[in-house]
Design a binder for this molecule. Structure first.
Ligand SMILES: Nc1nc2c(ncn2[C@@H]2O[C@H](COP(=O)(O)OP(=O)(O)OP(=O)(O)O)[C@@H](O)[C@H]2O)c(=O)[nH]1
Ligand SMILES: [Zn+2]
Length: 257
């Protein structure tokens, strides 16, 4: 069982006995060099916490979104530290994603998180963010008393305590919740095969299955519909490049097994 799972309980005096694990609407995975492990179930929205400072990796943000897409989970860009003057630059760097339709909410966790609240409504949101983006600050403001570890504690995590981190679900109201997982910076992607990976790129979807060759790698093959879409301006070249990078990584991972 993982965080976010839903179960049927049977009452047994003061206790409850888990009778049945209900089917999962989604399941997200984390991974290290050795294995891939389920981290949270039934997430309906991924909240990627980003900030202008320290600088963030656009590739990492995209990898998280792709893992979510694979599970049919929506993504929300949470641009924190909006008080920083470099925020406009960060917003511009995110244009390739907002253009694809991923919503962006800018806020400053230090001063006011209200811009975020409507976006959390009705969702089970899993927060993810690279160290220093302010995810813990945000969780602490949303859930006073939850005591999410801020910077000092995370450094202890980096010194070899990764395995003890686990996800925790905080309820906002009857239909909304936020899952935080200390130390979680990335989801696993390498378990996706080539087809699933291509499908995770939302803008590829209308063209998939339309290449001349069924096993087209969208590389040099004639009649490639995806490369045609890039030429037509329907797919950004950088996104196809990211796909190729991840496809090769995934191929190498498969060969190692
Ligand atoms: N200027 C500004 N600083 C912020 C904001 N939110 C958080 N910070 C600062 O950013 C730093 C990192 O915040 P944390 O909440 O510890 O970051 P985190 O993303 O949880 O990082 P880890 O704990 O390392 O995983 C701290 O010094 C915060 O005070 C904000 O809205 N504006
Ligand atoms: Zn193709």
């Amino acid at each position: 069982m993982v965080c976010g799972d839903q179960v049927e309980l049977r009452r047994d005096g003061d206790a409850g006995v888990i009778e049945r694990l209900l089917p999962r609407a989604s399941l997200l995975y984390r991974s290290d060099a050795f294995k891939t492990k389920a981290i949270a179930a039934n997430v309906t929205q991924l909240g990627v916490v980003i900030a202008a400072r320290p600088s963030f990796s656009l590739e990492l943000v995209q990898r998280c979104i792709l893992a979510a897409e694979d599970q049919g989970v929506a993504s929300l860009l949470i641009l924190n530290k909006a008080d920083l003057p470099e925020t406009d630059v960060a917003r511009e760097r995110l244009l390739p994603l907002t253009r694809l339709g991923y919503p962006l909410v800018a806020l400053s966790a230090l001063t006011d998180v209200t811009p975020l609240r409507p976006a959390l409504q009705g969702h089970t949101t899993l927060l993810i963010g690279h160290s220093g983006m302010g995810k813990s600050t945000l969780v602490n403001v949303l859930f006073p008393g939850a005591n999410a570890e801020t910077a000092e504690y995370s450094e202890a995590l980096d010194s070899g305590r990764h395995t003890t981190t686990h996800a925790r679900l905080h309820r906002l109201d009857a239909t909304s919740a936020v899952i935080d997982s200390p130390g979680l910076q990335e989801f696993a992607l390498q378990h996706l095969d080539e087809k699933a990976l291509a499908h995770a790129f939302v803008e590829f979807r209308p063209f998939l299955g339309e290449c001349r060759f069924r096993d087209c790698k969208h590389e040099v093959e004639p009649g490639c519909r995806i490369r045609q879409a890039v030429a037509d301006g329907d797919i950004a070249p950088a996104r196809l490049q990211l796909f190729q990078t991840l496809r090769r990584l995934q191929q190498n991972a498969a060969q190692r097994l």
